[in-house]
Design a protein around this ligand. Structure first.
Ligand SMILES: Nc1ncnc2c1ncn2[C@@H]1O[C@H](COP(=O)(O)OP(=O)(O)OP(=O)(O)O)[C@@H](O)[C@H]1O
Length: 536
């Protein structure tokens, strides 16, 4: 009552679903009928059936048994020695109907022939006019399509191999299958009768080594399974037909649902022998492995076991490598953290260092200021030839006493300088006294060094050196520039731009010494990227 009540609650939904299912099944049955009719026409000639014959039209065509007998005789010559025909009408099925007993003889002969081929059969009554049993039409179509498959298989393999197999249909489609079906009626019990095939496997199945034969076998088995699809889940059939699912897997699934272990073992033996690449389904392999093997199958089993062993070893290696990788990764992370800490410490130290340098520079420049922003040095040139020296005394404190050699007692004079360089003083010693000021230039201070004296006193010699090219005789200008470039290269954090001008002031005339035009005296002159120096 409750069920009935529930059904009444959703009548539309249930009837719609049922209607869709029925329509789909009817459509499928029509297609299969079309396929069967087309094949029969290709074998026995035109049947004068409409393109999509109804079940009634199809049965009417087959009812005399002439078409079926002719078809089986074509694919198995002599299967039915005598086909009863209407002499007046020839072999056409739709001219004059035969008496019932005559066409019954044809149908009976056909069914016997089919049975001898161990193909799915049906009952003669399935073709009777008043038989409306559900599935009777499908059984006839199944039988014809299996006959078609058998024919295709024969053509592709020269007739070899088929006899090893029995179709599932004799077991399932007709009343003859009933003794084989278990009381539970489960799908697993509805299996192929492979016992005969198993016995013959060692002799004839060995012929199926070649890939084409194996492919055909798969096709045939698949078609058989699908032809007997009342034994298979509708979902599997749908999956097969939609073409999206991997057919090899689907085949394996179908086989698993229709065959028992022994039968699976047989199919698998064939598959393994024909498929050296081992592409067969894993499920089948597992089932195959659990069964006792015949001689010759041990190679496959050994190969499988060796590969499994290698796989296990590879897995162990992989896990070890993975663990090692994780260790390394952890170690690298630790190293990175340590490195980051050290870099941070270094940057702190560097900033402290820069601060210290800055303070140092400031102190340095303060010291220069304290020493005096203007410093006056005196350099005494060596005496040449017969000249007489006028130097009386040179003090370390920058004092200098001179006298007139012609009047030595009355003319002594003392002068005070920051420093006095004697006649033996080298260029380097003179530069050392000015170097501290020159370095202040690099910290932004303005510095001017110039030489003053009478003609021939040694101004040019001191500032520019001589043209001998000797290193110890280069002047203060060159040494100062060397020093400036050295400091700029050491202080990488500061970019310096250095320009050079060389000017002569002589007789109140200013002249650019680096200019191509020596007469140019228009001041200010263009800067040259060398150094700046002024001589007097
Ligand atoms: N300290 C020194 N040691 C050796 N030779 C010197 C020294 N000073 C100058 N001389 C030499 O004395 C000569 C005259 O020097 P210099 O040309 O430098 O004088 P000046 O002051 O530049 O003269 P002017 O004003 O006429 O240009 C040069 O031959 C020079 O080599």
């Amino acid at each position: 009552m409750e069920d009935g009540g529930r059904r009444n609650e959703e009548p539309c939904r249930l009837s719609f679903r049922d209607g869709r299912l029925a329509s789909r099944k009817a459509e499928e049955a029509a297609l299969r009928r079309y396929e069967a009719a087309s094949w029969l026409e290709s074998i026995v000639g035109p049947l004068r059936l409409p393109p999509l014959p109804t079940e009634k039209e199809f049965h009417a065509c087959l009812r005399s048994g002439i078409v079926l007998c002719n078809a089986i005789n074509k694919i198995q010559p002599g299967a039915i020695p005598k086909v009863v025909v209407n002499q007046s009408a020839g072999t056409a099925w739709d001219t004059q109907p035969l008496p019932a007993y005559q066409y019954f003889e044809n149908i009976r002969n056909f069914l016997v022939a089919v049975e001898e081929l161990k193909l799915p059969s049906f009952e003669a009554s399935d073709l009777e006019r008043d038989n409306e049993e559900i599935g009777s039409a499908a059984k006839v179509v199944d039988c014809i399509l299996t006959l078609k498959t058998y024919h295709d298989f024969q053509q592709s393999n020269g007739g070899n191999g088929w006899k090893h197999l029995k179709s599932p249909l004799p077991l399932l489609s007709t009343s003859r299958i009933k003794p084989h079906v278990t009381s539970s009626g489960s799908l697993r019990s509805k299996c192929l009768d492979m016992s005969t095939a198993k016995m013959q496997q060692s002799t004839k199945a060995k012929d199926l080594n070649d890939q084409d034969a194996l492919g055909s076998l798969v096709t045939v088995l698949s078609n058989l399974m699908l032809n007997s699809k009342e034994n298979i889940d509708q979902s599997l059939v749908d999956s097969w037909n939609d073409g999206k699912t991997d057919r090899a897997k689907l085949f394996s699934k179908i086989m698993s649902s229709c065959l028992d272990d022994q039968q699976l073992s047989f199919i698998q033996d064939l598959w393994l022998k024909g498929n050296s690449k081992g592409r067969c389904s894993t499920n089948l392999l597992d089932k195959h492995r659990s069964l006792p093997l015949e001689h010759g199958d041990y190679n496959y089993r050994n190969q499988l076991e060796a590969q499994e062993k290698e796989l296990v070893e590879l897995k162990i290696l992989l896990s070890e490598a993975r663990a090692e990788f994780i260790n390394l990764q952890t170690q690298i992370q630790k190293d990175f953290i340590q490195l980051a800490t050290q870099i941070h410490e270094l940057s702190v130290a560097a900033s402290g260092y820069h601060q210290a340098i800055k303070e140092n520079r400031n102190l340095y420049n303060i010291l220069q200021e304290l020493k005096g922003n203007i410093r006056v040095f005196c350099r005494i040139r060596p005496i040449f030839n017969s000249q007489e020296s006028c130097i009386e005394y040179i003090g370390n404190d920058g004092s200098l006493m001179v006298f007139d050699p012609y009047r030595p007692h009355n003319t002594r004079k003392v002068f005070q300088f920051n420093k006095v360089f004697g006649p033996q003083t080298t260029q380097c010693e003179v530069y050392n006294e000015t170097q501290a000021l020159i370095r202040s230039v690099m910290d932004g201070y303005n510095v001017c060094i110039f030489a003053y004296g009478q003609t021939g006193a040694g101004k040019t010699y001191t500032m520019c050196g001589t043209s001998t090219g000797l290193c110890e005789e280069i002047g203060i200008n060159h040494m100062a520039l060397n020093d400036l470039f050295h400091i700029s290269s050491v202080r990488e954090d500061i970019t310096y731009e250095i320009y050079v001008q060389m000017v002569e002031i002589y007789n109140e005339i200013v002249r650019d010494l680096l200019c191509q035009d020596a007469t140019n005296s228009k001041y200010p002159f263009e800067f040259h990227p060398k150094f700046t120096s002024v001589t007097h």
